[in-house]
Write a protein of this length. Sequence first.
Length: 395
Amino acid sequence: MTILTAGARELEARDVSRAQRYQIEFVADWQQAAARFNDLRPSTPFQHPQWLHAWYGAFAGTGHVEPLITVVSDAATGEPIALLPLIRRPQNGLRIVEFADLSLTDYNAPMLTAAAPRNARAARALWRDLTAALRRMPGGADLIRLQKMPVDLDGEPNPLALLNGAGICSLNGNVVTTGDDFAAYRHSLERTVRKELERSGRVFMRYPAAAFKIVADRNEALRILSTMEVQQGTRMQQLGLNFILNDEACAAFYRKLVGNGVDNGYVVVSALTVGEEVVATLLGIRTGSHYLMVRISNAGEKWSNCSPGRLIIERTMAALHKDGAREFDFSIGNYAYKRRFGVSDRPLVDISAALSWRGLPYALRDRAARELRRYPRIAGHMKRMLGRPLSRERT
């Protein structure tokens, strides 16, 4: 088994341990792991190689984050079947294994080949062999916690969602599928929403030099990203909220993502501008016909009369629809503006398991929380009793 050392140093010589059905290896370098696969496809836009290359490049070795990229192969043939972009990090005295996320990756998932398990029995064997390998690795781990996983991946079942311990996530995705006729989609929106978008467009276009653009130039895209950072930071400060996206590692991640992804179309940066002033920005990622929104900002109260946030979403959707996009993903967070665009819920699941006695109480607590989510009225009542906010903002 290729094992990651406690300090995320260079990999030692390979010593592969064969489990009953699946061979599990842990690799420290993203590019080395990805090179093992010929037919690996992104499960969602967040599992695209460019996202993961930027993520591991920015966060590996920071805050005690250890890459634990997991290569799963068939034990009999050695054929690679899955790659899990994982990390190991300390939290509350525990050694936790989780997806490469840190609240930046809205959908987490294994990356699968055509030979990956697609039924519950094979999925249980994979999970058994994975957790056994995690318990044996140097440095150990106390808990594996995999969250925000789509139930299906590109039309096929997510094997981790088939496990008995998988349960409803507190978050869900929000997706719009437009079909080929964008005008028909627009007409399907509530009349008040359509009229407001039309009014916002008229008000905005009254300004001299008002324009919408999708940025194709790398340097211009990075300039727009810098403006987005300022606009979002100002907004969060006004709301009195903690804003993590501008810290050093996060900023480096987004700069690398945008700098490497605009030229090939994976990263989509769009903006509303009036002359040199940037009124609103939207950062998204795209794979094929699937476009997913990641970050959005606007210049604040001065431009509120033209609702720039909603306007840039609608303009971006229309432009990308002409270029072949058909699925528009608003990602997690059940905010009211998303419902105005006619989103449908995308279910997500979580699973966790103890890897040592220290992790057992946390795994039991996680499971209790997942079971409680099957009864939303009771869950809501308990949250109100505990003074906790309800799940991200269905208002």
